[in-house]
Design a protein around this ligand. Structure first.
Ligand code: TNX
Length: 504
């Protein structure tokens, strides 16, 4: 008898989870209410053109709303009307996107409900490498539309690297005239880059969707395209890594970097600028023999070439801080000793967990995008062959579950974790078809991982909602991998080239 009563008492206090229909990411709280909200034909038309604000959808943006963080919102749907409440325009926008998903999957009808929602992480990103292959404005805009629906809020844009420099810089016209020619598999591919007008247009397009764009200007390594345009800036490199680095101690290099940053800052309102900082050792062979560099190491008492690399990173951090921005760098920068108020660390080397710990213990804020499972250039299914493997691959389930498997590592440091990111490197992604296949639906899983509170995440429920999102991607002719029918959509190929992805 007592056991029965106890059980009853326990079950009364157990949280009863009820889940929203076909909303991705799953909201923090959802409560169904009796009745349905049905759009009129005219309202349905408006929805098709992306406008969900007819007379019966009422928005209230008031700082006194008690809905929570900046991106939090409350969506209340009754049979007669819809209320979206938030303290900010961004929060209201996130609520609108949820409403659009509900109405789309219900074909203009949705059950009445109350949703109280807020993101788990403030950085919910997607990174695209357009140096190795260039995809262009229309593809980027389509991606931003999809990101908005998924409530992703950061587009990290990798615009400079070995094969091509992809952004017009007025003060250094050769960057695009010379540096934008070629791509990863074809050095003679025609010039491809974004003009400053293109950039302004895309930045505005993203801002209208409450997405911040963070540009990446990779240095001192991965600088080959810039060095091709301005050989006097090259710090050398060997073999296939020829001209991979900027010259790390010429004043001219730092002037160039500062000038380029000035133009980037004018174009991108983001408070962050990504400076790369990765894999310098691939191509710094000439640093060991160049007399000017060796003298510089002695004069500044830098210990060795690694010390010089760290000096370079500290100096760039200071340049960026002096311009009122915060630097972001790949996790190598943790060793450079930059003050944690000047830099944010992007953890990518999944096999170096201590680098994540070191970043946190040193006081840095961290964005997590470990190769496993967050890199989109890894294959995603057991029978796939095109793409990377590293002790396995990156199935959608692992992306969805992230960061569960490493949560114990950042226990006690949760407030320093800004969030996470799905990153697409494009050495082996040469066309839109393969781009789609490697991004979708894993990006959908990443969005839920970054937004939904850990206790609300459930993979099988996610997979039940996923088809509705895939139907929407169908309307955009996206060639996604279909996890429900893996054989139906063959894996797109990529041009063959000796695989040089040797990072570690
Ligand atoms: C490592 S991630 C790189 C990229 C490559 C990628 C391929 C990082 C900071 N550097 O240059 O494209 O691996 O997976």
């Amino acid at each position: 008898m007592t056991t029965k009563i106890n059980l009853l008492a326990v079950s009364l206090f157990l949280p009863v989870f009820i889940f929203a229909q076909n909303v991705i990411p799953e909201p923090a709280q959802y409560r169904p209410v009796k009745g349905e909200f049905i759009l009129t034909i005219a309202e349905n038309k408006a929805l098709e053109t992306n406008n969900v604000l007819p007379a019966r959808v009422i928005q209230r943006i008031a700082p006194d709303c008690t809905v929570g963080s900046d991106e939090a919102y409350r969506l209340e749907i009754t049979p007669d009307s819809v209320f979206i409440q938030s303290t900010t325009v961004t929060g209201a926008f996130r609520g609108e996107e949820t409403l659009k998903q509900l109405l789309r999957s219900g074909k203009g009808t949705t059950s009445a409900c109350v949703i109280n929602d807020a993101p788990r992480y403030s950085w919910r990103g997607f990174m695209l490498d357009e140096s190795r292959h260039f995809f262009g404005k229309e593809k980027v805009k389509q991606l931003l539309d999809i990101m908005a629906s998924l409530r992703l809020n950061v587009f990290h844009w990798h615009l400079t690297d070995e094969p091509g420099w992809r952004i017009e810089i007025k003060k250094y016209p050769l960057l695009t005239k010379v540096g934008s020619k070629g791509n990863y598999h074809d050095p003679s591919a025609p010039a491809a880059f974004y003009t400053q007008e293109d950039i302004k247009d895309i930045v505005a397009y993203a801002a209208a969707r409450h997405i911040m764009i963070v540009p990446e200007f990779d240095m001192p390594g991965h600088a080959t395209a810039a060095c091709r345009a301005y050989p006097e800036l090259s710090g050398g490199g060997e073999g296939r890594w020829k001209d991979f680095t900027f010259h790390p101690c010429k004043e001219e290099t730092f002037r160039f970097i500062s000038d380029v940053l000035d133009e980037l800052i004018t174009l991108f309102p983001s408070p962050y600028i990504h400076i790369g900082g990765d894999e310098v050792h691939f191509g710094n062979q000439e640093w060991f023999t160049d007399p000017q560099i060796q003298q510089f190491i002695k004069d500044k008492q830098l210990m060795n070439e690694t010390g010089l690399e760290q000096y370079f990173v500290r100096r760039v951090a200071d340049i960026i801080a002096a311009k009122g921005k915060t630097m972001i760098g790949w996790d190598e920068i943790v060793d450079a000793g930059v003050s944690p108020d000047k830099a944010v660390v992007m953890w990518w080397r999944h096999d170096r967990r201590y680098q994540l710990l070191k970043a946190l213990e040193s006081g840095y804020r961290v964005i997590m995008t470990p190769r496993r499972p967050m890199y989109g250039d890894f294959v995603q299914y057991s029978t796939h062959n095109v793409g990377r493997y590293w002790d396995g691959y990156n199935p959608i389930e692992d992306v969805f579950s992230f960061p569960r498997s490493i949560e114990h590592l950042f226990k006690g440091y949760e407030s320093q974790i800004m969030g996470m990111q799905y990153s697409l490197w494009t050495e082996r992604v040469a066309d839109v078809k393969r781009f789609d296949f490697m991004v979708f639906p894993r990006l959908v899983a990443a969005a839920e991982a970054a937004w939904t509170p850990a206790v609300r995440k459930d993979y099988s429920r996610f997979m039940r909602r996923l088809p509705f999102f895939l139907h929407w991607l169908d309307t955009k002719n996206i060639y996604y991998f279909d996890p429900f029918a893996p054989e139906r959509r063959p894996e797109p190929t990529a041009p063959e080239k000796e695989d040089v992805l040797q990072n570690g």
